[in-house]
Design a protein around this ligand. Sequence first.
Ligand code: RFL
Ligand code: PHB
Length: 391
Amino acid sequence: MKTQVAIVGAGPAGLFLALLLHQAGIDCVVLERRDRAYVEGRVRAGVLEQVTVDLMARLGLDARLRREGLTHGGTNIVSDGELFHVDMAELTGGRAVTVYGQQEVMKDLFDAAEQRGLRIVFEAEDVALHELRGSAAAVGWRKGGAEHRLACDFIAGCDGFHGVSRRAIPAEILRTFERVYPFGWLGVLADVPPCAEELIYCNHARGFALASMRSPTRSRYYIQCALDEPLEAWPDERFWDEVCLRLGPEAGANVVRGPAFEKSIAPLRSFVTEPMRYGRLFLAGDAAHIVPPTGAKGLNLAASDVIMLNEALCEFYETGSERGLDGYSQRALARVWKAERFSWWFTSLTHRFPQMDAFDRRIQTAELAYIRSSSTAQAAFAENYVGLPLE
Ligand code: RFL
Ligand code: PHB
């Protein structure tokens, strides 16, 4: 078996790349460890930057997004019970984000991949990368007891944080940068109307809270919690009480309670690996970097990485020039680090850290008060939140 680009992982990074390459007439095969239902069923991101919405449109996949996606030109921040609104559209010349769940994005991507005849191998076990520095690369895997091998020009490592691609780069080449946060997010999905038209990010003495949504009838809430807390310690009533308390009287009063049909705890991490290229292997998305979810950047970074990687691959196949491929890592990392900075900053500003003392707490509330009172500070927040341009 032979192809031009082997893509490891059928998450957002892998499938966006596969559809872009297919649109450009470049042959590719996607190898995914799990099945479609598993990948599509993962409840994850909810907020798309314009860059990601534009990518859906460019791939001809925006019909449902336009119908069902919720355009948010603003967001809300609560500091110790007091809510203020940031008019992001006003501050950024009309830019906005779109609320459309990662599950919906994945459904659209898988449907298109099927219709367009893309080759996706599901349940590919023991994927291994070979000859990354040779004149041609190869990927091997096992399926149904049989061994398979795919020869290719390039490999795109889109297999997420726990994948094999990053580990195929020799340790002496790879540099990693990391912050692990001493808390997690307890997330709940419920079929109840959201408590506000736009999202609410909340700093409270008891910890962070976020009121988000998937649709006018489906809400997504998160609260900061300890990483070792068992889910059984959070029956629905306790969760709703805590959300209402942290959101404060104004927003809390509008929370509609209902049975949670999804409840899970996610750890928070900042992580970057450099470089994002080794020979014929190119990393994209969570395989190369992780952000804490506070800035809603993870899925959007996966999209911007593969837009850049697709450009570089197209340039190579059209002209034979390796200029774009050689520049990919540096170009992608420049945008990644800005999103890392924003996500780290927004997490630091809104969460309770174990070692925080009264001084740290006053600094947090002073910074939030400053943002509330300064349109310059709000503009800097808004510009990052809606997504920095692709350079
Ligand atoms: P993924 O989605 O992890 O997909 C990787 C795929 O690779 C497969 N795989 C393998 N395949 C073959 N061989 C192997 N050895 C393999 N190992 C793994 C996996 O099965 C999987 O299908 O990475 P990708 O494509 O880079 O996409 C990244 C995004 O999924 C992620 O950044 C976002 O979900 C992060 N995120 C958010 N991002 C946003 O932009 N906005 C948000 O509002 C947002 N909220 C969130 C989030 C992530 C969260 N969690 C749970 C981590 C909220 C949460 C709670
Ligand atoms: C979500 O709706 O899942 C969501 C929204 C905003 C974030 C993170 C997650 O910052």
